[in-house]
Design a protein around this ligand. Structure first.
Ligand SMILES: CC(C)(COP(=O)(O)OP(=O)(O)OC[C@H]1O[C@@H](n2cnc3c(N)ncnc32)[C@H](O)[C@@H]1OP(=O)(O)O)[C@@H](O)C(=O)NCCC(=O)NCCS
Length: 137
C-alpha cells in the first residue's frame, strides 16, 4: 500500500464512483481541482482519495477546505479515509481546515477532531443533508 500526492485525473474515477453514484467523471470535478492538492492511497489501484485547497474563512485567513474524500466501497472501515485525510492535512501545511460533511459521515469527521458549526444541517445538490465542520490543528 502506498500513499502519495496525485493528479486530478487519478482521483476522478473513485470520486465519481463513490460521491456521484457512478456518474460521469465530469460530474465529479471541482472548480478548484487544477490548483488543488490531491492525495491517494494505492493498493495497487486508487482505493482512497482526498483533495484540499486554500479556502479562507472569516477569522481564518489560512484555512484550507477538504473535499472529495472517498474510499472504495469494499475498503471502507479500515482507516483508509482517516489516513488520506490526515495526509492531505499534513501536506497542506495549513493549521485550520473545514469541510461540508454529509450527515452520514459526520461521525467520521468528529473522530478526526472536526466539529459541526451550525445546529441544523442544510441540503446540498449531491449527498443530501450536510454540516459545515471545522478543525484548528
Ligand atoms: C466516510 C468515509 C470517507 C470514511 O472512510 P473510512 O475509511 O470508511 O473510515 P475510517 O476507517 O478511516 O474511520 C475512521 C474512524 O471514523 C469512524 N467512522 C468512519 N465512518 C464513520 C461514519 N460514517 N460515522 C461514524 N463514524 C465513522 C470509524 O469507526 C473509525 O473510528 P475508530 O478510529 O474508532 O475505529 C468512507 O466511508 C466513504 O468513502 N464513504 C462514502 C463517501 C462519503 O461519505 N465521503 C465523505 C463525504 S463528506
Amino acid at each position: 500500500m502506498l500513499i502519495r500526492a496525485a493528479s486530478v485525473d487519478e482521483v476522478l474515477p473513485l470520486r465519481a464512483r463513490v460521491l456521484r453514484d457512478g456518474g460521469p467523471l465530469d460530474s465529479a470535478r471541482f472548480d478548484e481541482d487544477e490548483a488543488a492538492l490531491h492525495v491517494v492511497v494505492l493498493d495497487p489501484d486508487v482505493v482512497a482519495c482526498a483533495t484540499a485547497f486554500p479556502a479562507p474563512r472569516e477569522g481564518e485567513p489560512g484555512a484550507w477546505r477538504i473535499r472529495g474524500v472517498a474510499v472504495h466501497p469494499e475498503r471502507q472501515g479500515s482507516h483508509l479515509g482517516e489516513s488520506v485525510v490526515r495526509s492531505v492535512m499534513v501536506e497542506s501545511g495549513a493549521e485550520s481546515f473545514w469541510c461540508t460533511a454529509r450527515i452520514s459521515a459526520v461521525g467520521f469527521w468528529e473522530r478526526l477532531g472536526f466539529a459541526a458549526e451550525e445546529p441544523e444541517p442544510y441540503s446540498m445538490p449531491h449527498g443530501g443533508l450536510h454540516h459545515t465542520m471545522f478543525l484548528r490543528a
